[in-house]
Design a protein around this ligand. Sequence first.
Ligand code: NAD
Length: 492
Amino acid sequence: TPPHRPADLTAADRNAPAVHRLYIDGQFVSASDGATFDSLNPYTGEVWARAAAATDADVDAAVAAARRAFDDGPWGRSTPQQRAAVLRKLADLVAREAEHFARLESTDNGKLYREMVGQWRYLPEWFHYYAGLATSAVGAVLPSDKPNFVAHTRRDPVGVVAAITPWNSPGLLMIWKLAPALAAGCTFVVKPSEHTPVSTAAFAQLAHEAGLPAGVFNVVTGDGRVGERLVAHPDVDKVAFTGSDAVGRRIAQAASGHFARVSLELGGKSAQVVFDDAEPEHAANGVISGIFAATGQTCMAGSRLLVQRGIADAVVGAIVARARRIKLGDPSDPATEMGPAATRAQYDKILAMIADARAEGATVAFGGGPGEPGGLFVAPTVLTGVRSDMRIVRDEVFGPVLCVQTFDDEAEAVRLANDTRYGLAAGIWTTDVRRANRVALRLRAGSIWINAYRTVGPFAPFGGFGHSGIGRENGPEGLAEFQETKTIWTEL
Ligand code: NAD
């Protein structure tokens, strides 16, 4: 039986039945032509919800509402303190509804309920952090070299924001954009992935309840064409995107037509570098959770294990032994450790990439095919004997596939780790604190963990070097992405 049926859509989304409507200018509305699309539960394969398929006219209406709210509405004239009050209210509402939203997302994308609930219980902190930042001093009095002038700077909101999110963590990746955008004073139109529209559509209820003025927060649901219409709209001032590098490239091109600011959080091929003085069990556990958590479907997945030759057998042995015990199954069962792939296309792609790697000479140390429960499950997979020129090492799999390469010394470790067009994250495992810091300085990646992996926080900038993206989310940099600097000169 499916873990959650549409009937579970109660409490928080009182106005929204199993068909999730658009939210435009403070109103829940159907698509202008009444069309909807299905959302599948990847665990059961069943349609469990439907969402409105936005038309071009709906996208235009959402952008127009956001434009009006920014140019003419009370939000455009609000003080940082007023905006902070709304952010704190949103924090309280997210805290109240965390379990509900975790259930919606786990059903929509097949990720473990216990992982999603952990995410949702932490998300209020983003609203608190940016409420604090909004009300802290910004701007500067400039050291003018002209005695008859004073000059100062201020940070203005960039304007209408279009946010486009992927299916793996729809709520988290929206809130990483929404909290700083609202703090800055922007208005917002979000388009979630067509595979996971439900939590974003339901979030409109919270925006409504928090008292955001009409047009400040809008949701349009649909596929890539809806996204394309949105980012190409001349009234959009800023595009904040999380997703694949292929779509990121198209978005950057579309936004350039009207010089919209763009931030892109894209894919990764992150390295876990394990030196021979690491604690083997600790490192193995970190590598395991770095790649198999969320079925490998995270941008920061540590998908390349670089391990020093002397410790390689011990570490790979521990990883394979642990991978063998990973429990695949119902994402809502607290005992489950790995859920299914989120979509059929994703499942097919993962298996095709493993097959290619085998054809190119990789050895399957564990897994390498469909997972035990059938359906969209893929076995946790460990590949040895891979080379840097193989597609499995170069391209993002976005699945539970770990590639193992060995190295002899620190210089080779750094060279292999940096031998990628991506640069999102890296892990360093060693008990030598000087070596850890030496290597951290030389790795080209936006987040580096030493004897750890995957920790994030609202205060810590996150983003990528190279093809992993442009710009940063979180921290003060995350707020600056939604601001324009203005200099004011005054003649005395
Ligand atoms: P995707 O790029 O296929 O889709 C992302 C979003 O873009 C969806 O909402 C989709 O409908 C929309 N879209 C598709 N075509 C578009 C177009 N032409 N114009 C505008 N919008 C369009 O990505 P996905 O498969 O949903 O997610 C997986 C990818 O996301 C992976 O590459 C992963 O690494 C990346 N990701 C990155 C981060 C990060 O923070 N760096 C976090 C999570 C996921």
